[in-house]
Write a protein that binds this ligand. Structure first.
Ligand SMILES: Nc1nc2c(ncn2[C@@H]2O[C@H](COP(=O)(O)OP(=O)(O)OP(=O)(O)O)[C@@H](O)[C@H]2O)c(=O)[nH]1
Ligand SMILES: [Mg+2]
Length: 316
């Protein structure tokens, strides 16, 4: 079905899921009309609690999301889930895996689930995800969950634009050390130690506490809680929900929370700008790039000068 711009705006604002899905696709395909429609819809955003969930592959993110969503559904909340699918030509099948893991809510027509692929995107996944989050917010979802495997910069960028960033760790995987390496410690608003039925949950808990105590404690700043869960048995989910709503309240009511909301918007603008710039450069100057590569091969130019020339060519 073809919607006019105004129809899209009205239907999305009214929570029509088909129109929501359509607009997300238009935005993923970088249709200019999607951006016009979104600009209009942005006025209606700011009501949803956007939660980013990141962690190593298999940490239990989807199982947690499933358990959380099913609790929120019982409380009558509207929930949307975006699963960033890191499908590579080598792994594959991640979407199917997520659907199976989300068995409690996969059949619920009121829960909106959308997978977004990183493969083949021109590094545009952060922008597309951000747009999808805003569309879902405008459509009246109370909670928007974004699940992403925390392995690369793109994934970290995505969770940075969430209101609340959840880092899922698992005992016995050397996870705490990995977390520091990825710089994930700085972005976490809430630590989840999932698979707490396994040995080592308490010592991981202690490790994180020690790490957190090393960072500066500014008055009024948010101190990331650590919650242990067993997602498969819905254990600890109450505690997780409580921590999430406390963080949302802190964001909404404290001066430091306001500061964080400004940071989130700044990150969002920067990410979109970076991606637009990269797209422009690489799309407009593709013929130029070929020539520059050849010149570098012949050593009549160098990569640094070539990059500068590429940018100038895109601006012309
Ligand atoms: N023992 C135990 N197993 C769990 C727990 N939570 C999840 N699992 C299992 O861990 C496996 C991976 O869970 P997923 O929810 O798919 O993990 P994920 O982090 O979403 O994985 P990717 O999306 O592939 O990165 C599944 O077999 C789950 O059943 C838990 O608390 N305890
Ligand atoms: Mg998953």
């Amino acid at each position: 079905m073809q919607y006019s711009d105004q129809e899209l705006i009205d239907r999305v604002a009214a929570g029509d899921l088909r129109a929501v899905a359509r607009l997300i696709t238009l935005s993923e395909n970088r249709e200019p009309r999607a951006f016009k429609v979104q600009a209009e819809l942005f006025k209606k955003t700011g009501r949803a609690h956007v939660i980013g969930i990141t962690g190593s592959p298999g940490a239990g993110k989807s199982t947690l999301v499933d358990a959380l969503a099913s609790e929120w559904r019982k409380a009558g909340k509207k929930v949307a889930i975006i699963a960033i699918d890191p499908t590579s030509p080598f792994s594959g099948g991640a979407i199917l895996g997520d659907r199976i893991r989300m068995s409690r809510i996969a059949e619920d027509p009121e829960v909106f689930i959308r997978s977004m692929a990183t493969r083949g995107s021109l590094g545009g996944v952060s922008r597309a995800t951000l747009d999808a989050v805003h569309i879902l917010d405008a459509a009246g979802f109370d909670i928007v969950l974004v699940e992403t495997v925390g392995v690369g910069q793109a994934e970290v960028d995505i969770v940075r634009t969430a209101d609340t960033c959840v880092v899922v760790l698992v005992p016995g995987m050397g996870d705490s050390v990995q977390a520091i390496k990825a710089g994930i410690l700085e972005i976490a608003d809430l630590f989840i130690i999932n698979k707490a039925d396994r040995e080592g949950a308490d010592s991981l808990h202690k490790d994180i506490r020690v790490l957190l105590s090393l960072s500066e404690d500014k008055p009024g700043s948010w101190k990331p809680p650590i919650v242990q869960t067993v997602a498969t048995e819905t254990k600890g989910i109450d505690g997780m929900i409580k921590a999430l709503s406390e963080h949302a309240a802190w964001l909404a009511s404290s001066p430091q929370g306001k500061e964080k909301r400004l940071q989130i918007l700044e990150h969002s603008i920067r990410q979109i700008a970076e991606e637009l710039l990269a797209e422009q450069i690489f799309e407009r100057s593709r013929p130029e790039l070929k020539k520059l590569v050849q010149r570098c091969l012949e050593r009549s130019s160098d990569p640094h000068s070539a990059a500068n020339e590429l940018i100038s060519a895109a601006r012309r």
